[in-house]
Design a protein. Structure first.
Ligand code: CA
Length: 225
């Protein structure tokens, strides 16, 4: 999953980016409302963390413009501690959730997990597909109870496909959701990652749909567990 952080406080921006990268996300950053608005307008983020008080264009305006343009990605706004009006304005502008400053990083992480799973129709932070369990909270993947070690790109790819089970995901879509914008993207590596994942998971879960992309089927209740 790929996230965008828009926060003008440099230290806070850095802390957010590093915590979210550690949690397994691809993360882009912006330090003012104009740059942030542009990125959210042109790149397909799975969720955005948006500060309200921003230079060049305030967070409420950024959000209103995205929503007016039809962008539906979940947005978590960062509000000043005692500004209840920020929250009201934020929700009215199309925010999905908020965290008031100062906040605990764990709360931001938990709220983002909740937004991401709601947006993709999942009920819990653990994604289960047959014998494979992916815990979006700890970033751990187990197969039949045995831990599997994945690189960050392998994890992001598996997490994206498991968030979107039952749907064919193109290589281009995977590229857009597992790399940050500064990464030197190469669509051939997707095939390499899928090959490695199949090997590491030891089961035939990721299907290649020729000419279209990849799909993980929705696990049927019949062979649950
Ligand atoms: Ca600010």
């Amino acid at each position: 999953m790929r996230l965008l952080i828009i926060e003008d406080d440099k230290d806070l921006n850095r802390q957010l980016v590093s915590a979210l990268e550690d949690a397994g996300y691809a993360v882009d950053r912006a330090f003012d409302g104009e740059e942030g608005h542009f990125l959210g307008d042109t790149e397909p983020y799975d969720a955005v963390v948006l500060d309200i008080g921003l230079p060049k264009k305030d967070g409420i305006t950024v959000l209103e413009e995205w929503r007016a343009a039809g962008h539906k990605m979940p947005v978590l706004i960062l509000t000043a501690r005692d500004r209840w009006s920020d929250k009201v304005q934020g929700f009215d502008a199309g925010a999905d959730d908020y965290v008031a400053k100062p906040f605990h990083m764990e709360e931001v992480l938990a709220r983002l997990r909740a937004l991401l799973r709601r947006a993709t129709g999942h009920a819990t932070s653990e994604l289960v597909c047959g014998p494979v369990r992916l815990d979006t909270k700890s970033g751990r993947v187990v197969v039949d109870g045995n831990p599997v070690k994945l690189t960050s790109h392998e994890y992001r790819l598996l997490a994206y496909l498991m968030h979107h089970t039952g749907r064919v995901v193109s290589r281009q879509e995977l590229i857009e959701h597992i790399y940050d914008q500064d990464f030197d993207r190469d669509s051939n590596t997707i095939e390499v990652f899928v090959g490695r994942l199949r090997k590491k998971l030891g089961i035939d879960m990721i299907q290649t749909i020729r000419g279209l992309g990849y799909r993980i089927d929705v696990p049927s209740a019949a062979h649950g567990g």
